[in-house]
Design a protein around this ligand. Structure first.
Ligand SMILES: C[S@@+](CC[C@H](N)C(=O)[O-])C[C@H]1O[C@@H](n2cnc3c(N)ncnc32)[C@H](O)[C@@H]1O
Length: 283
């Protein structure tokens, strides 16, 4: 049977293109400005400036990051236990995370990156603030820890094709310019079968009273304006963003402050203020 005329014409039209190197045909080679203009930045410059101004206090447990220092033991234990369960490791081993690659997005001064490196992981810490990265690098060197700290955005690192066994994005999503673009970049950075951890604040009346009125105005744990309540995410909204990015929520937990011991604890049902979610990328 004779080929339809349109097929013949298309073959003839395309034949000269076969002699052109593939790289010369790439879209962003010919339309670089169009490409750059349509890629969305997750960086909110005002937010980065805010954290840069506080950067000297990252490692002061009584300073502006006191709440993160107080949260650290419970959230690090959560990460360790979830990662060990997923990768079949013994969480009681000193170097339980040995050999795993972990990316800490929005690492700040390295409060999460360093404990993960101490457990044997190969940790990359990424932050949009150059000063945060300088503080984190200096602190790690003083501790004789070897970490790979980089200034930049998740989307830029994702565009390089980098992938990790585990990606952590703790207490950052409420500070980014575009939640969905940020989640897409995080999803790309997780290797197939790998894990993504997120923590943030719920958007409830209780969180307004505790995280804004209480922490910023009454107790003054945080400088006023650290958080914008409207940017807090409900667990269902975060789960939806995770699913839209192609990952599956596998676990979530609330984080609550015990009024008697003054220590933070995991809570299986109380996600009213602070919470953590774990997601898995399909193989
Ligand atoms: C509240 S701090 C959390 C630090 C750390 N993850 C922790 O929990 O200890 C948020 C950090 O995210 C960084 N950040 C905010 N938006 C960012 C973005 N779009 N890309 C990379 N870093 C960002 C800020 O510079 C800041 O260091």
């Amino acid at each position: 049977m004779a080929k339809p005329a349109i097929g013949v014409n298309f073959t003839v039209f395309c034949a000269p293109l076969a002699s052109i190197p593939a790289a010369s045909l790439s879209f962003d080679r010919w339309f670089p400005m169009t490409y750059a203009a349509t890629s969305i930045s997750t960086i909110d410059p005002d937010e980065i400036e805010k954290f840069t101004r506080m950067a000297d206090e990252w490692w002061d447990p009584k300073g502006k990051f006191k709440p993160l220092h107080q949260l650290n033991p419970v959230r690090i234990a959560y990460l360790r236990n979830q990662i060990c369960a997923h990768y079949g490791r013994d969480a009681n081993q000193l170097h339980a995370l040995s050999g795993l690659s972990i990316l800490d997005v929005g690492c700040g001064g390295g409060l999460v990156s360093e404990p993960l490196a101490r457990m044997g992981a190969n940790v990359t810490g990424l932050d949009a603030s150059e000063k945060n990265i300088a503080i984190a690098s200096t602190h790690a060197a003083a501790q004789q820890l070897s970490l790979d700290y980089r200034a930049g955005s998740a989307e830029a690192l994702a565009a390089e094709g980098a992938q990790y066994d585990v990606v952590c994005a703790l207490e950052i999503i409420e500070h980014v310019a575009d939640v969905n673009a940020f989640m897409q970049a995080l999803a790309q950075l997780v290797r197939p079968g790998g894990l993504l951890f997120l923590s943030t604040l719920n958007r409830t009346t209780k969180s307004y009273l505790m995280a804004i009125v209480g922490a910023e105005y009454v107790l003054r744990w945080l400088p006023r304006g650290t958080h914008d309540w409207k940017k807090f995410l409900r667990p269902s909204e975060l789960q939806h963003a995770i699913q839209e990015a192609g990952l599956t929520l596998t676990h979530q937990s609330g984080l609550v402050l015990d009024p008697f011991s003054r220590a933070w604890k995991l809570h299986p049902h109380d996600l009213d203020v602070n919470y953590l979610q774990t997601a898995k990328k399909p193989v």
